[in-house]
Write a protein that binds this ligand. Structure first.
Ligand code: NAP
Ligand code: ZN
Length: 348
């Protein structure tokens, strides 16, 4: 196709700034999308600043993409120009290993291709949604219902599915006692989704100022995690905990909040390791500590349809593209209610 405007980091310590990137015309199985909105995930910041190592520059982050189809390849059957669609954290996988067959493309045995910083077969790598336009193979494009507000639906493509997938995989159901650690982008979606599943939600936060919001979002109890007495008071109470914190912290106090056979699933991926958990808290009540990566395409569509049906959106702060660097600084201070979304109309 052509050169399109984008925002990129040119190195780990540079602010993001305007640039142009090349997008090709859609191949037979691809969908070309004009991007309207893109959510700002903490993983964008980790990648732009090379927190995890392996970032290729220039880096164009963004994997919570909502837009309109503008063209399709001749073999595309599910999408037509004009349709509103989404793209999440992946744009390709082998489509033939046992994980892909099971609809778990995120665990593809040969490695899925990330929406940004993902290696491409012919050399080169992917650029994400901080741009005007993207071209994606049909299998990785999601339908966005007209019932969803497009800007507030964008964060569902990562924050939504990353919390939905473990809640479903570990079979959270009505009446279960679920803890959510951290009220950020992922955490606030976890609270909403677990509450919509009928769970009784306890939110753990380091920010006392977020307690009232947590209740509005669906938590029935709020625990200030820095307060030892409050942490002690919930020992052995919960069936399941989803930990979304983006910084290293002690895990034992949360493990202790689980009941017999309770599970804590980690989705946060800090740049430094957490202090090693003690074996006592795991052994004494047969507790488990686990991890989970985003979610498959099929379950992403299920989550989007569930949200459309139940009127669930992300609580967003809309920003202009040129406000992205300030947004990153605020995200580092846990100061966002509760997801920044870029309005791509502000990028020319
Ligand atoms: P976020 O919006 O910045 O939220 C993280 C929350 O963690 C903050 O709002 C804060 O909540 C809490 N927190 C931050 N620093 C803390 C500290 N030092 N101690 C305790 N709590 C702290 O980030 P996000 O976009 O939700 O992403 C969270 C993490 O998940 C990131 O590491 C991201 O890379 C990762 N992620 C993983 C997956 C996956 O597939 N597993 C997918 C997407 C993102 P309170 O103010 O309530 O304490
Ligand atoms: Zn993300």
């Amino acid at each position: 196709m052509s050169d399109v405007a984008a925002y990129a980091a040119q190195s780990a310590d540079a602010d993001l700034a305007k640039t142009h990137i090349h997008r090709h015309a859609p191949a037979a199985n691809e969908v070309a999308i004009d991007i309207e909105f893109c959510g700002v995930c903490h993983s964008d910041l980790h990648t732009a600043r090379d927190d995890w190592g392996g970032t290729k520059y220039p880096c164009v982050p963004g994997h919570e993409i909502v837009g309109r189809v503008v063209a399709v390849g001749e073999r595309v059957s599910k999408f037509q120009p004009g349709q509103r669609v989404g793209v999440g954290c992946m744009v390709d996988s082998c489509q033939s290993c046992s994980s892909c067959d099971a609809g778990l493309e995120q665990y593809c045995e040969t490695g899925m291709t990330g929406t940004y910083n993902g290696s491409l077969p012919g050399g080169g790598y992917t650029f994400g949604g901080y741009s005007k336009h993207i071209v994606v193979r049909e299998e990785f494009v999601l339908s966005i219902s007209d019932k969803l507000d497009p800007a507030a639906a964008a964060p569902l493509l990562c924050a939504g599915i990353t919390t939905w997938s473990p809640l479903r995989h570990w079979g959270v159901k009505a009446g279960d006692k679920v803890g959510v650690v951290g009220l950020g982008g992922l955490g606030h979606m976890a609270v909403k989704l677990a509450a919509a599943m009928g769970a009784e939600v306890t939110l753990f936060t380091t920010s006392p100022g977020k307690a009232e919001d947590a209740r509005t979002l669906g938590a029935s109890r709020v625990v200030i995690s820095k307060d030892r007495e409050q942490m002690k008071a919930v020992r052995g109470e919960l069936d399941f905990i989803l930990n979304t914190v983006a910084a290293p912290h002690k895990l034992d106090p949360y493990l202790m909040a689980l009941n017999l056979d309770g599970v804590m699933v980690m989705v946060g991926l800090p740049d430094e390791a957490h202090p090693a958990p003690g074996m006592g808290p795991l052994i004494m009540k047969r507790r488990s500590l686990a991890g989970s990566l985003i979610g498959g395409i099929r379950e992403t569509q299920e989550m989007l349809d569930f949200c459309a049906e139940h009127g669930i959106h992300s609580d967003i702060e809309m920003i202009r593209m040129d406000e992205i660097n300030t947004a990153y600084e605020r995200m580092l201070k846990s100061d966002v209610k509760y997801r920044f979304v870029i309005d791509l109309a502000t990028l020319d």
